[in-house]
Design a binder for this molecule. Structure first.
Ligand code: SPD
Length: 376
């Protein structure tokens, strides 16, 4: 309700100002310049419905400039450099947490949201562990990191009886070598790949111990000759077109690849698994950087995204889960029933969130990753 009052009050005030009679000659009653009706959003690629922005623009008259990224590291570098020019950004929770500590975001005035009550209170309590009192962020979408594969090509390379429910498919060097010929893609982000390798090796996935981390690095070095490329978005089309046969990637992205493959109808079947050993689960969060120029419009857009019909439209398009309880009745049954999007209770047992990396571990990850990719 309060947002309505705020917007209404602002509108009334603006109207009152514009209806004021001209100032007396010699008077100095300058009119406040009207706030520009623009908004600059920086979100992940392939992460919004095709009509979300256009519908928001039509409804509000706010013109949106919408840019995309595909890695938390890229977003973080911009945020830490300051003055991004963006009014809304979408870091993952663990990155957001240390960005809050760095003073990058403004606290949110939740009384400005009309739709906040749609959010699942259990999920909000979980998120509050990284953003106390949910003070700086609103959840957008969540998902898991797992394996996408081309069913026919992987079976042809590994045999019909090879179990396709385990990280063994990608973390055993001899197995991955058999898939090399049909193309292997890995997310280009050490913070998402090192933990599941450690987990697969029986170590604590979120270990900060250098010697433990080295075990994942050594395993990745053995896998390296079989990896076609490191990239965090190209795999969607490549899987869909049959140009690669396996990718370590994000749930909804791989399910989008599955849908694109089905639409193309060229006989490519893509499947997504959350490996039985467990997998990272993550949340991407909407936040307003300090210094944002169009804060009122940022509030409007975040509130808009929390509307059940809008969020359901996003989910139905990008195939990710949300924290919006009220949207669920409008989400397609195929999305709700897909265990790759809403994991089964059994699969949920194996999911873990990623740690907030201290700077020295973050630097260590980056160093190892550069060496892995470039050999230097
Ligand atoms: N194409 C959109 C992918 C969004 C992925 N978010 C990644 C979060 C990783 N922690």
């Amino acid at each position: 309700m309060k947002i309505k009052m705020t917007v209404l009050a602002t509108a009334l005030l603006a109207a009152a100002c514009s209806n004021q009679s001209a100032p007396e000659a010699g008077g100095d009653a300058a009119q406040a310049p009207e706030a520009p009706k623009v908004l600059n959003v920086y979100n992940w690629s392939d992460y919004i419905a095709e009509d979300t922005i256009a519908n928001f623009e039509k409804e509000t008259g706010v013109k949106v400039t919408y840019d995309v990224f595909d890695s938390n590291e890229v977003l973080e570098a911009k945020l830490l450099a300051g003055n991004t020019g963006y009014d809304i950004v979408v870091p993952s929770l663990t990155f957001l947490s240390r960005q809050i500590q760095a003073g990058v975001f403004q606290p949110l005035d939740k009384s400005r949201f009309t739709q906040y009550g749609n959010l699942d209170s259990e999920i909000m309590a979980l998120l509050a562990k990284n953003d106390a009192d949910n003070a700086h962020s609103v959840p957008y979408l969540w998902g898991t990191t797992g394996i996408g594969y081309n069913v026919a090509k992987v079976k042809a390379a590994l045999g019909d009886d090879f179990p396709l429910d385990s990280w063994a498919m990608v973390f055993e060097p001899e197995t991955l070598a058999k898939l090399k010929g049909c193309g292997v893609a890995i997310l280009d982000t050490p913070s998402e790949i090192i933990p599941p390798v450690l987990d697969y090796l029986g170590e604590e996935p979120n270990s900060f111990d250098e010697a433990v981390i080295q075990k994942a690095v050594d395993r990745l070095a053995l896998l390296r000759p079989s990896i076609t490329y490191f990239h965090s978005s190209q795999y969607i089309n490549d899987l869909a077109n049959g140009d690669i046969c396996v990718a370590i990637g994000w749930s909804g992205d791989i399910i989008q690849a599955q849908a694109r493959a089905a639409e193309a109808d060229k006989g490519v079947e893509v499947s997504y698994i959350i490996p039985k050993e467990g997998a990272p689960m993550w949340f991407d969060m909407l936040a307003i950087p300090k210094g944002a120029k169009n804060v009122d419009n940022a509030y409007l857009f975040i509130d808009y995204l929390m509307r059940p019909d809008v969020m359901a439209g996003v989910q139905n398009y990008v195939a990710y889960a949300s924290a919006n309880q009220a949207a669920l009745p409008m989400v397609d049954q195929t999305i709700l029933d897909d265990p790759g999007i809403y994991p089964t209770p059994e699969a949920r047992q194996g999911l873990y969130t990623l740690a907030v990396l201290p700077p020295e571990v973050d630097r260590l990850f980056t160093r190892h990753w550069t060496t892995l990719k470039t050999g230097k």
